[in-house]
Design a protein around this ligand. Sequence first.
Ligand code: NDP
Length: 328
Amino acid sequence: MYQASKTRYESMPYRKCGESGLKLPAVSLGLWHNFGDNGDFDNMVAMCTTAFDLGITHFDLANNYGPVPGRAEENFGKIMASTLKPYRDELVISTKAGYTMWEGPYGDFGSRKYLIASLDQSLKRMGLEYVDIFYHHRMDPDTPLEETMGALAQIVKSGKALYAGLSNYDGETMKRASAILKDLHCPFIINQNRYSIFDRGITENGLLDAAYTEKKGVIIFSPLAQGLLTERYLKGIPDDSRVKTDGRFLKAEAVEKKQAQVLALNELAQERGQTLAQMALSWVYRQPTVTSVLIGASRPQQIIENVGMLKNCSFSQAELAKIDEIVK
Ligand code: NDP
């Protein structure tokens, strides 16, 4: 039977989600890839226990993670039942709804109908009574913001989620949503958005500044640009990499296009005494508004390496300028 490491809380730092009382580890683990039908179950368990032993208390899911949609939640439910259940109160488990999940007009976007039904399905798949954070996964241009936020507030009131979050919102819309949720006394505490050395979108769409002024947390997804900002593709495209095993989101063309930049960034990382993955993660975590970096992994060793980023999270002005110059 799994016994969590006794040293699991000795080195991981935890930051509060904005001004809320909830703290998240510097590194969190996401189950978007490698936890579906194409993954090996023993490896999934090993990744979760390796993470938890390192102080990673936060596991992030969504209704549609697979393949097939829903399978990552089912597999995580099995991992909970077989391994992590005794530690439920030490874990922050999140899920989301907002992308296509089932056929017809009620399985997508942001209606009250979709969000409430989807969370009920997610809880069933994971065998949980509640999630810690429930996110609306993406902005919905067709549903009034009041309705979507009302659904989040109702979900939290029902006890099926402890906190509400928003994902892929821009700064302006997040501020409007935040005001509605405040009126509804709903504990909206965190945003989940993409940010990396290669993708500065949240500094351009106002989200990072808005999170600071609204005193909300920010958890960053794809901080490694899905593996591009690691040593994975330094010498071509390995057969067991995400590009080869699931080329839907990260494509070979992107790897080829970024090759020269990746090599230059890798040299800088070596000068800093880090791997490229560690430098990419510490570059994100250096921002005080960032609560946690949300990584994905295909094997336990990657998680161990990535947590090693904590040994050096400070950058000189010259290093920051060099990174900007490389990716210009
Ligand atoms: P990353 O940018 O961290 O990419 C993870 C991938 O990079 C791994 O699967 C692995 O790929 C590779 N990798 C990781 N560490 C290393 C290492 N040390 N050395 C070499 N390769 C490494 O994040 P993801 O894109 O996976 O996203 C992370 C999480 O964010 C998701 O699981 C999900 O929870 C969340 N997310 C949320 C979204 C949203 O809309 N809210 C959208 C996307 C993600 P390989 O398989 O090649 O080994």
